[in-house]
Design a protein around this ligand. Sequence first.
Ligand SMILES: Nc1ncnc2c1ncn2[C@@H]1O[C@H](COP(=O)(O)OP(=O)(O)O)[C@@H](O)[C@H]1O
Ligand SMILES: [Mg+2]
Length: 312
Amino acid sequence: MPLLTIERLNVTFATRQGRVKAVKNISMSISNQEKLALIGETGCGKSIVAQSILRLLPKNAQINGRILFQGRDLLLVDEKTMASIRGKEIAIIFQNPSLALNPVYTIGWQVGEPFRIHQGANRNQSIQESIRLLSYMRFDKPGSAVKMYPYEFSGGMNQRALIATALALHPKLIIADEPTQGLDRTLIKQIIEQLDRARKIHSSSMMLITHDLTVAQSISDWIMVMYAGEIVEQARTRDFFQSPLHPYSQGLLGSLPKNGFHPIPGQSPSMIENLQGCQFHPRCKWAKEQCLNDKPELLSLNRRLVRCFLYG
Ligand SMILES: Nc1ncnc2c1ncn2[C@@H]1O[C@H](COP(=O)(O)OP(=O)(O)O)[C@@H](O)[C@H]1O
Ligand SMILES: [Mg+2]
């Protein structure tokens, strides 16, 4: 049985402008110790998938579908159970460490929080655990680092502190939402390596959300591509980078600097309007009559999935 199975997840927002369909009928699963990278342009619905799993969606969201974690539907469990799963069995690392950390508390107090919340540790015990975690994340002087405040650290150090916090209680699933956003290339590599090392030691599974294909390629087993709230392709990472099938995936790869930096023309459709046919057709050089009128299904081809009429 997979660790996490999402079945037909739909998330819409009621707004003054109309109903925003942020996530449309998404299904996926992650097995033990597997690493899945969820990729796609900003605004395509990636973070909403993460927030759905943790039940952290904004109030104006309407959600339906099933999110089975170790067989239990997270959309049905009570808030108390959910609170015990959040941060303990499923950990999340957010994209902006300076927002996730509270400026008025020391790093040690914040990194030690899971031990106080979930294990009843006292102040001293939780600080001791922080020191252990920070040394684990290769901080030079963890004993002094715990006494410092977030503003005294670089963005990279704060992110490492947050990774330490996320892994504190050996979560079964780590959700990392753009964990390297805003960091420079050398730091990105370091952070991703440390994250993966820590994940491996705890035998956790991971959902990595990123719009950085290089990061996705370096760490994942599976790639899942979202476009305008839908899954358009899913494949083993190696297969995906060798031969992306969906024209959107091909466009994403073509826009990488090493592939000549050819951005995909146009922009993704509004999530409010109901665009007929394939959601990608206005930007697709292969678009034919059928693509304008009919909606392609997600096809299964040699252990891959693709939503495009080019393949059947
Ligand atoms: N509270 C909200 N109310 C209305 N629309 C929202 C809200 N939160 C997110 N959205 C919309 O949902 C879509 C998906 O957002 P998100 O998952 O954050 O994208 P990303 O792929 O960049 O993480 C976006 O188009 C965004 O405008
Ligand atoms: Mg996001």
